[in-house]
Design a protein around this ligand. Sequence first.
Ligand code: BTN
Length: 253
Amino acid sequence: MTDILRLPESYTFFLFDTIDSTNDEAKRLIKSGGYEQAVVFSKEQQQGRGRYGKDWYSPEGNLYLSIIIKPTKRLDMLAQASFVAAVALRETLLPFLPEDVNVEYKWPNDVLINGKKVAGILLETVAVANDDVVDRLIVGVGVNVEHFPKEEMRFPATSIVDSGGKQVVLEELLTTFVWHFQEKLDVWQQSGFEGIRKTWRRHARGIGKEVDVHLADETFSGVFQDLDENGALCLKMQNGKERLVEAGEVFFK
Ligand code: BTN
């Protein structure tokens, strides 16, 4: 472990050269060791996973990590943790990027540089003691540092290097992120979601504009009005009514 890897003391750290998925390893660690706070980092992933069962492009050179936490919030509030992570990610990335780039959030939890996706977050819950009680949360984070998928994607992608960013030492990026994440997590757990929500809204892409929303069985458009107090997307529909979306994918016009 190098000096750069000075994480908050409460975290147990696991480092791999390669792994199937850091989220899967986090699940195994929770099941076998009951860890309450840990960070799993791998230089590459063989089966990196994104949201909706999609693959996550995971060659060596990018950042792949999963943070295990013991949430103190109700199950229906846990999705807010992805905004906590997104806000921490933006703050982590800014010092590595040229000043003139635009770093924004895409609902619910992507980070964009000049409109292209640079990072994604995959939240997963685990029940340890009793199948009915979620007592661990895994926050999986992937950041395109050197590489990004170039084949036809549903949404355009970029990397820190492609955006003209500074040379990145992955361990430094990891450590910076974990500290930012812990700080935002404390704010969320102690003072609630409002502060995180306000920060997220300030840098959210598409507020006030028409967006397309894709659900598993439905696609529709509406004006992106706000992020509600629980993290849902508030849309104004053509008929003037408001519609709340709790999970789905957003595309900008
Ligand atoms: C998404 O935008 O679809 C979420 C991508 C999350 C990728 C990260 S990489 C580290 C962790 N391990 C995984 O298998 N997935 C997450």
